[in-house]
Write a protein that binds this ligand. Structure first.
Ligand SMILES: [Zn+2]
Length: 157
């Protein structure tokens, strides 16, 4: 965030979903945030079960790779990349490492859950939603709001 492309509509085509699921591979050091993003978007309590979000396995193909970069030359805190090759969620250590501007569990969870929303095909939404364009406007509980969940259901149900 902000997205690398101009705002577009929610889109199955611009997502990491393949065969009704996102199988991810873990190369990030931010394990808590990675786990949070999966459970925030794949759980019974909020009726978000349409798209399975699970680790890669011996018999699955990786849809999404979690990884870290240290980029001081950019403004994005984390970024979903779905443009070519294997999709990725990149966590920017220049912002998310301990002692950095967003270097706490709460900020990391917000950033990771937001990017998982992009991996699910969601575009930016109004301030106050999990898909807010700016990290400062994301909900403090780092969960999809009703607006985010409705967009998910419109796209995938
Ligand atoms: Zn974004």
């Amino acid at each position: 965030m902000p997205a690398p492309m101009a705002a577009a509509a929610d889109s199955r085509g611009r997502s990491s979903v393949d065969g009704g699921e996102i199988r991810w591979e873990d190369e990030t050091k931010f394990d808590d945030a990675r786990k949070w993003a999966a459970t925030a978007w794949y759980n019974d309590q909020y009726n978000l079960k349409k798209i399975k979000i699970a680790p890669d396995a011996w018999n699955t193909i990786t849809d999404l790779e979690w990884k870290d970069e240290t980029r001081k030359d950019v403004t994005w805190v984390a970024q979903w990349r779905g443009r070519s090759g294997a999709d990725a969620i990149v966590m920017n250590k220049a912002f998310l490492d301990g002692g950095k501007k967003y270097g706490s569990k709460s900020w990391r969870r917000k950033a990771a859950a937001h990017e998982m929303g992009h991996a699910l095909g969601l575009d930016h939404k109004a301030n106050g939603t999990l898909m807010s364009k700016s990290i400062g406007y994301l909900p403090s509980n780092a969960r999809p709001t009703a607006t985010d969940r409705n967009a998910y259901h419109r796209l995938w149900d």
